[in-house]
Design a protein around this ligand. Structure first.
Ligand code: HEC
Ligand SMILES: [Cu+2]
Length: 310
């Protein structure tokens, strides 16, 4: 028999989160019983006019006080550790994830696969693979919520947030926006379709995008004139982008940052914010000239330069 209080469990995180939830419910119920059962019992035993023994007790009161302070503290500290471990599991994507981009806008979800496939309000993924979503919003704050995987993350304009899951059951699952985002917020929903590895490959080829995300990015890199400064012989001295992604970058102000998606995004939209060490602020801002989709394509291209030498 199923007891449909919680949605279906379709990922390992789901089991972990539900166990923690039931653990908390049980301990809260236990504490509740320990307080209320004796309370009701004493209510009757010592009620007015009832002949009970009311002489002062000679129990070791201090020791009892210390015990019922320390014991619950230890028990609840275990829950703290349990919860912290679950939290880190949810927040840190394991290595080797396949990366998919998500853009939220009023009122739809746009998905970009690295192979170039695009979809709206649907996300096709293979079963058993770790999927890491890099997400941003084109307008207001949205939230990418997958109840069956017990995972959700705010999708915020102006920056990238990430979310990961590993679906362990083939099927179709709900996708919701769980941050109120305007009139049609309740329609901002979709489906995650978990396919077998073979079906997923077939789905990718069937879509026939023609160009991968990185290839679209490379074309943009030329069209927008990035290549004029960043490749070959140019008048303006610009840092080479080969091998940049994921590496520490020393900045002109002496700090060092990791060149992640957010850093590259800011380099393109707000070049004056962080100046690469040894260079001057000669890069024009591309804010308003590139869309969120195009930014993610440029980033995909710069990532592929990762392994090449400058
Ligand atoms: C007019 C020349 C010029 C153009 C055009 C240009 N850049 Fe730059 N870019 C620079 C210079 C100079 C820097 C170093 C100073 C800085 O950090 O702003 C830089 C820095 C960067 C960085 C940071 C690199 C690092 O090692 O920290 C990235 C990423 C980048 N540019 C990407 C792009 C992209 C993508 C485009 C096209 C949309 C572009 N640039 C267009 C001159 C240019
Ligand atoms: Cu929304």
């Amino acid at each position: 028999m199923t007891f449909p209080i919680l949605p279906e469990q379709a990922s390992k995180i789901a089991t972990q989160t539900d166990n923690l939830c039931w653990g908390l419910v049980s301990i809260s119920a236990a504490v509740c019983l320990i307080v209320f059962v004796p309370m009701i019992y004493f209510l009757f035993k010592y009620r007015n006019g009832h002949p009970a023994d009311r002489s002062p007790s000679n129990l070791p009161q201090t020791r009892i006080e210390i015990a019922w302070t320390i014991l619950p503290l230890l028990i609840f500290m275990c829950f703290y550790v349990w919860g912290a471990k679950a939290y880190f599991n949810i927040e840190r994507p394991p290595p080797g994830a396949m990366e998919i981009n998500v853009i939220g806008k009023q009122w739809m979800w746009k998905v970009q696969h690295p192979e170039g496939n695009r979809e709206i309000d649907e996300l096709h993924v293979p079963v058993g693979r770790i999927v890491k979503l890099t997400m941003t919003s084109q307008d207001v704050i949205h939230d990418f919520f997958l109840p069956a995987f017990r995972t959700k993350q705010d999708v915020v304009p102006g920056r990238y947030t990430t979310e990961w899951f590993q679906a362990d059951k083939i099927g179709t699952y709900h996708l919701f926006c769980s941050e109120y985002c305007g009139t049609s917020h309740s329609h901002m929903e979709g489906r995650v379709i978990v396919l077998s590895q073979a079906d997923y490959q077939a789905w990718l080829t069937e879509g026939q995008p023609g160009t991968t995300l990185a290839e679209s990015g490379e074309r943009l890199f030329r069209e927008l004139g990035c290549s004029g400064c960043h490749l070959g012989q140019s008048v303006i001295r610009a840092p080479p982008l080969q091998g940049l992604f994921g590496k520490p970058v020393p900045l002109n102000d002496g700090t060092v940052v990791i060149a992640d998606e957010g850093y590259i995004r800011d380099s393109i939209l707000l070049p004056a914010k962080q100046i690469t060490g040894g260079y001057t602020n000669d890069m024009p801002s591309f804010a308003g000239r590139v869309s969120e989709d195009e930014l993610l394509e440029l980033i995909a291209y710069i990532k592929t330069l990762g392994s090449q030498s400058p």
